[in-house]
Write a protein that binds this ligand. Structure first.
Ligand code: UGA
Length: 436
């Protein structure tokens, strides 16, 4: 089957390469000429483990190609995926659907055969109806159906998530749409990945509800972590203890500096907006957004406290290890490190930082932070070492070397990757999250 992927960003490129790997013929389309030129040279525009090899193999096998021309790319495709960005609209937090609708218009005008148009972009409830209206308006003589198929890929683990999904959700209103989507996902059917067919609106809401629920779970455990610190409990034990209950589940119960990234912050805001539009408030999600926002700065204040409080901290130096919102990505969007660096700057603390992949994107977001070549250079002369992101490279630091290089043996571990006992035994003043 021929598949066209309109939008070769994170979701489009990963999904396109994986579909090609399953044996489909895939054309990835993007208006950005420089991005397509890079892809033609085999250079990935984003960092995702394993993606370069996957793209290379499938290009070589003749199953994956790239173009800037939507009309050429969609010719002969039975499934045309829309995987363009839906950023937060400035001012009101609504998902900005300009790109989605522009693609729908162009698809309608260029359609050369019967096809299913699939929204993979994260779009508010009702967007599929509008996409359908726009394509119908073009007067195309071809049969088409508009289907919703949200993605549940995590950055850094996207290929595994695509190939071994917990579920595939397809929101389709007719059998034509369902039939083609069954063909698209047949290789995963054979792997026994569950596929859930729903209405288009349910499918659109499933995506937001899933992300909001996961954001809620993280925020819940973060508040429990604060409580643990007050009552003398250990949040990791609490997390294990509740997570073993199958009704709760152990995943996404890791306390930390607050969630960031390109999805949870944007999607929770968009869900709030939809809830407001439909006069159906979602107070839990409202609270989650507020609690998470304030947590990021609170983590900056935690570092200031570890430096001796606001007066003592002025003029001291903190070394941030990890800047991206999570490991195995170069993505800096809404990363807690941004609020932490800002809080430290406001407190008059000098900051050096190191991140294995994120420094190029981080530098313009935190102009006062000095970027180092490796973790140990960042630590040199620091009054506190702060683990912001749990990259593997920080899990087994040479603690003796850290002590020699740092001005004071103080570590603030916002991801709980070290054990308090070990750190104390190694002579550190150690502060973590939810562990007294
Ligand atoms: C998230 C979802 O997990 C994916 O299922 C979804 O497809 C994606 O959004 C999307 O909508 O595109 P992602 O943003 O890549 O994926 O990253 P996550 O692994 O979910 O982490 C999000 C944030 O939560 C990170 O800042 C991470 O550090 C934080 N987190 C996660 C915690 O603080 N604790 C946890 O236990 C888990």
């Amino acid at each position: 089957m021929k598949i066209a992927m309109v939008g070769s960003g994170y979701v489009g490129l990963v999904s396109g390469a994986c579909f090609a790997d399953f044996g489909h013929e895939v054309v990835c389309i993007d208006k950005d000429e420089s991005k397509i030129a890079l892809l033609h040279k085999g250079i990935m525009p984003i960092y995702e483990p394993g993606l370069d090899a996957l793209v290379e193999n499938n290009v070589k096998a003749g199953r994956l190609s790239f173009t800037t021309s939507l009309a050429d790319g969609i010719k002969g495709a039975s499934a045309i995926f829309i995987a363009v960005g839906t950023p937060s609209r400035r001012g009101d937090g609504h998902a900005d659907l300009t790109y989605v609708y522009a693609v729908a218009r162009e698809v309608g005008e260029s359609l050369a055969n019967d096809a299913v148009i699939v929204t993979k972009s994260t779009v508010p409830v009702g967007t599929g109806d509008e996409v359908e209206r726009i394509i119908a308006e073009s007067g195309t003589p071809h049969r088409f159906a508009v289907v919703s198929n949200p993605e549940f890929l995590r950055e850094g683990a996207a290929i595994g998530d695509f190939k071994r999904p917990d579920r595939i959700v397809i929101g389709a209103e007719d059998e034509f749409g369902r039939g083609i989507m069954r063909e698209v996902y047949r290789p995963l059917f054979l792997n026994e990945s569950p596929i859930l067919f729903t209405s288009r609106r349910s499918s659109e809401l499933i995506k937001y509800a899933a992300n909001a629920f996961l954001a809620t779970k993280i925020t819940f455990i973060n508040e429990m972590a604060d409580l643990c610190e007050k009552v003398g409990a250990d949040v990791q034990d609490v997390s294990r203890g509740i997570g073993m209950d199958g009704r709760i589940g152990s995943k996404f119960l890791h306390a930390g500096p607050g969630y960031g990234g390109s999805c949870f912050p944007k999607d929770t805001l968009a869900l709030l907006k939809t809830a407001e539009d439909y006069d159906s408030p979602t107070r839990i999600v409202e609270a989650v957004v507020k609690v998470n926002d304030s947590r990021k700065r609170a983590m900056g204040r935690r570092v200031v406290d570890a430096l001796g409080g606001p007066d003592a901290a002025r003029g001291k130096k903190a070394a941030l290890l990890g800047l991206t919102f999570k490991p195995n990505t170069d993505d800096m969007r809404d990363s807690p490190s941004i609020a932490i660096a800002l809080t430290l700057k406001d407190a008059g603390v000098d900051v050096t930082a190191y991140d294995p992949e994120g420094m190029d994107l981080a530098a313009p977001l935190m102009p006062d932070v000095v970027m180092a070549d490796d973790p140990y250079s960042a630590i040199e002369g620091a009054d506190a070492v702060v683990i912001v992101t749990e990259w593997d490279a920080f899990r087994a630091l040479d603690l003796e070397r850290v002590k020699e290089l740092a001005k004071a043996p103080v570590m603030v571990d916002l991801r709980n990757i070290y054990s308090p006992q070990d750190m104390r035994a190694a002579g550190f003043t150690y502060v973590s999250v939810g562990r007294s």
